[in-house]
Write a protein that binds this ligand. Structure first.
Ligand code: GAR
Length: 194
């Protein structure tokens, strides 16, 4: 049985598209059953609709000032209502509460555009340039309560070239993200007990 996977996005959705494309293969172990965004204007929502995938928005704006758990309870309810078994964060720019992460532990993964544990948090590509490293890359890891700190599932190196800008390095890493994420999801799904 193919596992029902939700992809959480906040913006462009290019990693989401890569996962959707991979999951079209008949032998892929997951089916993308839901694309959910915290922002109604996320461009990736339109892409998902184009593939005929159910989409949902849980707008964070009206919940501003409320505890993080208020949003995360709504998110958990949406995922369980859709019978989601596994969650991929793909440019989902919200920190998730410990309570939420515990509910999904082992069944929620994230793509981060650096070679973790280097350059956690925001703007990892700019952090890599500022540090002067010659190699960066991307990491798919399990989500744990501590930000960008969960066990690694897959990682790929990307060279940093002379004259790179944040934009050029980000674009080079992104190409690799698109290849890595479908592989990593397949690995993580294979580890689930049936
Ligand atoms: C990707 O580079 C992803 O790795 C990064 O945001 C971008 C989303 O692009 N995620 C993070 O930085 C998470 N901390 P996309 O919407 O085109 O997939």
């Amino acid at each position: 049985m193919r596992k029902r996977v939700a992809i959480l996005i906040s913006g462009r959705g290019s990693n989401m598209r890569a996962l959707v494309e991979a999951a079209r293969a008949p032998n892929y172990p997951g089916q993308i059953a839901l694309v959910l965004s915290n922002r109604p204007d996320a461009a990736g929502l339109e892409i998902a609709r184009g593939y005929g995938i159910p989409t949902q928005v849980i707008d964070q704006a009206p919940l501003k000032g409320q505890p993080r758990e208020a949003y995360d309870d709504a998110l958990h309810a949406a995922l369980t209502t859709a019978n989601i078994e596994f969650v991929c964060l793909a440019g989902f720019m919200r920190i998730l509460s410990t309570a939420f992460v515990r509910k999904w532990e082992g069944r929620i993964i994230n793509m981060h555009p650096s070679l973790l544990p280097a350059f956690k948090g925001l703007k990892p590509q700019a952090q890599a340039l500022a540090a002067g490293v010659k190699v960066s890359g991307c990491t798919v890891h399990y989500v744990v309560p501590e930000l960008d700190a969960g066990p690694t599932i897959a990682q790929a190196e990307v060279p940093v070239l002379d004259g790179d800008t944040e934009q050029s390095l980000s674009a080079r890493i992104l190409e690799t993200e698109h290849k890595l994420y479908p592989r990593a999801l397949k690995t993580a799904l294979a580890r689930l007990t049936p």
